[in-house]
Design a protein around this ligand. Structure first.
Ligand code: SF4
Ligand code: SF4
Length: 194
């Protein structure tokens, strides 16, 4: 069975004219040129700027502590039970005040899918997912994070979703001080959409 090509003559002519005058090439070059003279949107990360995600972002976990510095966790193991990746290990013990606390609280971030179910299930407001996303590692062992490290992880900032002025040092990485004095800008609004 023969097939008929349904191309309109005007489309064919305009296609040939476009090809002869390098219309696509000229279009691409003019787009490049227009970007050369438009406002820079490159984020100066990690030297001068850093994107801080919205507070609802689910990044590296942390364990909340009370006023006395004790971990809020009561080692009920609900988070470990609900975790779909089986990446939380909790071993309970009784401290000197008679409180049930975790002797071991390990999270394997290499297996975690950052679903937030552990945070939702926690009855003690203990485990949270913060805004930290810089925790890549060369070894899988380093992604196994223990109780004390989780207690020391940065807490949630009250705001986010912007690029903030930051400082970078080889030892401490990128640090951001989210305060009214720190200049921030909405990076997404700078991006050209047409
Ligand atoms: S975020 Fe999800 S996958 Fe990760 S530890 Fe919590 S429950 Fe498990
Ligand atoms: S973090 Fe919350 S859910 Fe997990 S063991 Fe501790 S108290 Fe229970």
């Amino acid at each position: 069975m023969s097939k008929t090509l349904n191309v309109k003559p005007m489309e064919l002519v305009s296609g040939w004219i476009g090809w002869i005058f390098f219309r696509d090439l000229v279009g691409g070059l003019s787009l490049t040129l227009s970007y050369m003279f438009s406002k820079t949107v490159t984020e100066q990360y990690p030297d001068k700027e850093k994107w801080v995600p919205y507070p609802r972002y689910r990044g590296h976990h942390f364990l909340n502590t009370n006023e006395e510095g004790d971990v809020n966790c009561v080692a009920c193991e609900l988070c470990a039970k609900i975790c779909p990746c089986d990446c939380i290990e909790v071993v309970p013990y009784e401290d000197e005040k008679g409180n049930r606390r975790p002797k071991v609280f390990d999270i394997n971030l290499g297996r975690c899918l950052f679903c937030g179910l552990c945070e939702d299930a926690c009855p003690a407001d203990a485990i949270k997912l913060g805004q930290l996303y810089e925790f890549s590692s060369e070894t899988s062992q380093a992604l196994n994070v223990g109780r004390d490290a989780l207690m020391g992880m940065p807490r949630k900032a009250e705001e986010g979703g912007k690029v903030y002025d930051a400082e970078f040092s080889l030892l401490e990485g990128v640090s951001v001080n989210i305060s009214a004095d720190n200049k921030s800008h909405d990076w997404w609004k700078k991006i050209r959409r047409g």
